[in-house]
Design a protein around this ligand. Structure first.
Ligand code: F6R
Length: 359
């Protein structure tokens, strides 16, 4: 039940620290070593390439997953939209392994890809929130997201649970393969930082209520910009904001704006800039100056270590590789408050259903 919450979406945003703790407890031992089904770890370890397929928010989680798998396992990883792959299969490596990300486990677009994979004898794993769901039954292996029922149409805690399960799997596979980066990665501590950081952010939600009212609800359009992992989170932030608030929002690789889309920036256009990557932070600061000089109103969401005077939101401390866990929460809260403050039905945006069982 919603309890004292007006909408499930906010309840589910608030539940994320607890989901992180539960996943850490269930999938990591006291020493921080992953405890996953060994058959799954072995099967993934044998692959020469990973292929992640999904739709919508789950696809956006896969874009972050690619970073986890490549950094921690050294296995090249591709991410694709299930709907684009089902009837036009990519060229595959010699030993492919398919990973399906799907909160509901029922998405028709993803099922088409899995059917074809099964026909070709490609091993597969479904990460899903729903035990016994179709994609879980039809894949060789399943890992559950353990996020608890997600009722709001806009996915929040399933996204961060997908991040967590992917990074746990990546660490397990990387360790099995003897990859130093995996052995050295203090995942249990980082997941604890994710949980604590999320808690701090949701405890400060009033700030996002204000930002949404002051800068978003009167706007026709908006942009998210970022580089690297921040680009992946920009796509998710934009999807969240547009689907529940109906403000047309695009997520952009920060440097790409100037290659055309910057012509849409007008006085007051909201640009939400995400900065967590130390390597490209200064470049994104440059992109912020470009849009500001054309009148944009910039909301900057910046990691603890890279923050400067004047930044709008400073995130709690966490490793860059884990930054999506924290960056996405302000994005979820901005979407929630933009929708609520426009008087919309946050949990049931028009034209949308919770699970999409048509192609
Ligand atoms: C957006 C959202 C959708 C789903 C997409 C895939 O908030 O919820 O984009 O992520 O329809 O659904 P699943 O993960 O159930 O396959």
């Amino acid at each position: 039940s919603k309890g004292t919450y007006e909408f499930y979406m906010l309840k589910e945003i608030d539940e994320q620290p607890g989901v992180m703790r539960k996943l850490s407890q269930d999938y990591l031992d006291v020493n921080g070593e992953p405890v996953l089904d060994q058959k799954i770890v072995d099967a993934v370890s044998e692959a020469d390439r990973l292929y992640i397929y999904a739709a919508g928010t789950s696809y956006n989680a896969g874009l972050v997953g690619k970073e986890f798998f490549e950094k921690l396992t050294g296995i090249p990883t591709e991410v694709g939209l299930a709907s684009e792959v089902g009837y036009h299969f990519p060229m595959l490596s010699k030993k492919p392994f398919f990973i399906f990300l799907t909160q509901s486990g029922e998405t028709a677009d993803s099922r088409v890809v899995l059917k074809e994979a099964n026909k070709r004898g490609i091993p597969s794993l479904t990460l899903t929130n729903v035990q016994g769901s179709t994609l879980s039954r039809e894949a060789d292996y399943t890992i559950l997201l353990e996020a608890g029922p997600e009722i709001a149409v806009a996915s929040t805690k399933a996204y961060t649970a997908q991040l967590a399960v992917q990074v746990i799997l990546a660490k397990a596979v990387g360790e099995k393969l003897g990859v130093k980066a995996a052995k050295d990665f203090p995942l249990k501590k980082q997941l604890a930082l994710a949980a604590e950081g999320m808690q701090q952010i949701v405890d400060g939600k009033a700030k996002f209520d204000e930002l949404a009212s002051d800068y978003l609800i009167k706007s026709r359009n908006a942009f998210y910009i970022g580089r690297g992992i921040d680009y992946a989170v920009s796509l998710e932030g934009a999807l969240k904001l547009k689907e529940v608030s109906y403000i047309q929002t695009e997520g952009f690789a920060a440097a790409e704006l100037k290659h055309g889309t910057i012509s849409l920036i007008e006085k007051g256009t909201p640009v939400i800039a995400l900065i967590n990557d130390p390597v490209t932070a200064e470049l994104t600061r440059g992109n912020i100056r470009e849009v500001e000089s054309r009148g944009a109103h910039v909301i900057s969401i910046v990691s603890h270590d890279l923050a400067q005077a004047g930044d709008t939101v400073v995130l709690p401390k966490i490793d860059y590789l884990m930054s999506a866990f924290l960056t996405v929460v302000p994005a979820q809260l901005l979407a929630y408050f933009a929708s609520k403050n426009k008087g919309l039905d946050v949990d049931k945006p028009r034209n949308l259903a919770k699970s999409v069982t048509v192609e």
